[in-house]
Design a protein. Structure first.
Lengths: 113, 114
């Protein structure tokens, strides 16, 4: 157990809908990164939040957005869902003392029908 | 060329044998490297990190790094059926002020046969 929690565990949505996924970082960790893992692939970096600001973004469209709160928890929002958004969404946290090392939460499995 | 490449496997080894998992990366200036284990339907779990050339041992696991050859490997000694999982190699691109993002390979599926 890493201490990183995510909710919900599973989610089913239909194309065009919007979804919000939530993450609580490990105690003492102030940086949260989000990844998308499609079936049979490695995780792909979506974006990272540090001190409530976006601190880098991967190759994802603007309909993927996020927030970080003062307690370092974070949300990932996806608008206008597409079938290809079906994936495991992973949140990872890291500390200021060791920014390189990221610890993953259990993930949210999103299915878009 | 993918930034991080792994053989997708499956790599099948008998129980008690050494499993050798390999990874190559394309960005020569990468500084930190990680191995994650992922069981089916679960999230990645950090096994090892390595930053310097050479070997780093932790229990039954040894990570090896060769920056000149841009090559990272993971050896698992005395493999157990419980080691059967997908092993993900990751390279951190957080240098020069850039974001500490992990670039993953597609993973190697390891199957340890009892």
């Amino acid at each position: 157990e890493t201490g990183v929690t995510q909710s919900p565990t599973h989610l089913i949505k239909t194309r065009g809908q919007q979804v919000t996924l939530r993450c609580s970082s490990q105690s003492g960790h102030n940086t949260v990164s989000w990844y998308q893992q499609a079936l049979g692939q490695g995780p792909q970096f979506i974006f990272q939040y540090y001190r409530e600001e976006e601190n880098g973004r991967g190759n994802f469209p603007p309909r993927f957005s996020g927030l970080q709160f003062p307690n370092y928890s974070s949300e990932l929002n996806v608008n206008a869902l597409e079938l290809d958004d079906s994936a495991l969404y992973l949140c990872a946290s890291s500390s200021a003392r060791d920014t390189d090392t990221q610890y993953f939460g259990p993930g949210t499995r999103l299915t878009v029908l | 060329q993918k930034e991080v490449e792994q053989n997708s496997g499956p790599l099948s080894v008998p129980e008690g044998a050494i499993a050798s998992l390999n990874c190559t990366y394309s960005d020569r200036v990468s500084q930190s490297f990680f191995w994650y284990r992922q069981y089916s339907g679960k999230s990645p779990e950090l096994i090892m990190s390595i930053y310097s050339n050479g070997d780093k041992e932790d229990g039954r696991f040894t990570a090896q790094l060769n920056k000149a050859s841009q090559y990272v490997s993971l050896l698992i000694r005395d493999s157990q059926p419980s080691d059967s999982a997908t092993y993900l190699c990751a390279v951190n691109r957080g240098y020069g002020g850039a974001t500490n993002k992990l670039i993953f390979g597609t993973g190697t599926l390891l199957a340890v046969q009892p």
